[in-house]
Design a protein around this ligand. Structure first.
Ligand code: SF4
Length: 370
């Protein structure tokens, strides 16, 4: 029996396996209050206080994901903390400077050949460190297609032949109905110069039952579609999530995982390595390890960049290259992503470049001099 199935029997004895595995049931029964969550596991005093703080980023956890939290570091990613009310130096509501690059409602055009399309403000579970906490979770109690809002975005993309890649994000687009996604992807596919569509989602981790055969049949109609998935910790790689990842890969969708480096959650080399290995086992390629964005009240999540470099160095060369994500900072103020790594070219000796390997030994490479 899986951890989640055991949890269902214990805390939801009247709920059938069929209901539990229905993603709509999971959304309808999200946990949002101290009372609901406290029924499932004991809350600490700071968690209780934070759950009743006014004007906070909302809390929502699917019953499935709640089954993983009680004794996992993931708990910190879902339950609020009073530390969210402390705004540190340089923290802002829109750290990536997306608002000034908004060319239509929900459409961000920052890089030359690609756009970010924020299609919904709804997620099945809300991450406390969310970069878009200024937008998501505030407006609707349910997944709103916001179809009327999309028209201007479709028109903009159609009028800009340089846009060859559309990242469909939100919120979480996979919380929308199959028909709505079919419509959205169909409209984008009808624009001849859109070569690829990416969907950003955390659903395989927090709501794996959403990855149904019917959903994947819908996605397949619009290939090439890529998934940018959001995984945080190896505790997320349950049999349910493994099955979801298998379904995604079997539908011909290439998936990359974007992991946010979080203090006290995944900021040690063994945890990261285990997560990356688990992802590869289920055909998800580790893609980025992101430095946590400086949203307001995120200080308790952020790890010094020097430590991030140390962690990446503990992976590179010590495991398969496929298991090493690219460590990056999304630069505040709209500067885009910057890859962060320590210096491996350490000098020159005549015609030879001096390079430092993963064991910090120096090697000489005969480098052609122009
Ligand atoms: S799933 Fe993504 S958009 Fe939704 S709360 Fe988490 S980080 Fe934010």
């Amino acid at each position: 029996m899986t951890k989640a199935a055991d949890f269902r029997k214990r805390f939801y004895p009247d709920v059938s396996a069929r209901e539990w595995n229905d993603w709509r049931w999971q959304l309808k029964n999200r946990l949002t209050t101290a009372e609901q969550i406290g029924r499932l596991f004991e809350l600490t005093e700071p968690e209780r206080t934070a759950l009743s703080m006014p004007d906070s980023f909302p809390t929502a956890i699917t019953p499935y994901y709640a089954s993983l939290l009680a004794d996992s570091p993931l708990r910190k990613t879902m339950l609020p903390s009073p530390a969210e009310k402390t705004v540190g130096a340089g923290e802002t509501p829109d750290p990536l400077g997306e608002e000034p690059c908004m060319v239509a409602d929900g459409l961000v055009h920052r890089y030359p050949d690609r756009v970010l399309f924020l299609t919904t403000h709804y997620c099945s579970a809300y991450c406390r460190y969310c970069t878009r906490s200024r937008l998501v979770g505030r407006h609707a109690a349910r997944a709103e297609p916001m179809k009327d809002r999309w028209e201007k975005a479709f028109a903009y993309i159609a009028a800009h032949p340089e846009v060859r890649d559309v990242l469909v994000s939100g919120g979480d687009p996979l919380t929308m109905a199959d028909e709505t996604l079919d419509y959205l992807l169909g409209r984008l596919r009808a624009i001849k110069h859109v070569e690829m569509i990416r969907i950003g989602s955390k659903v395989p981790a927090v709501l794996p039952m959403r990855i149904t055969p019917a959903l994947m049949k819908t996605i397949r109609k619009h290939h090439p579609v890529y998934f940018s998935l959001h995984f945080t910790h190896p505790d997320e790689m349950t049999p349910e999530t493994a099955k979801a990842c298998e379904r995604i890969a079997d539908a011909g969708v290439l998936s990359g995982s974007q992991t946010v480096l979080l203090k006290g959650v995944n900021d040690d080399a063994e945890t990261l390595k285990k997560l990356m290995h688990e992802l590869l086992k289920h055909r998800v390629r580790p893609y980025y390890l992101f430095q946590c964005d400086p949203i307001e009240g995120s200080m308790h999540f952020r790890v010094p960049v020097a430590k991030g470099i140390e962690l990446i160095n503990a992976l590179r060369g010590h495991t398969s290259g496929y298991a090493v994500p690219t460590y990056a900072i999304d630069i505040p103020g709209g500067g885009g992503k910057i890859i962060v790594a320590d210096q491996r070219c350490v000098g020159r000796d005549g015609a030879f470049l001096l390079l430092k390997n993963f064991e910090n030994d120096i090697y000489r490479y005969p480098d052609p001099v122009e």
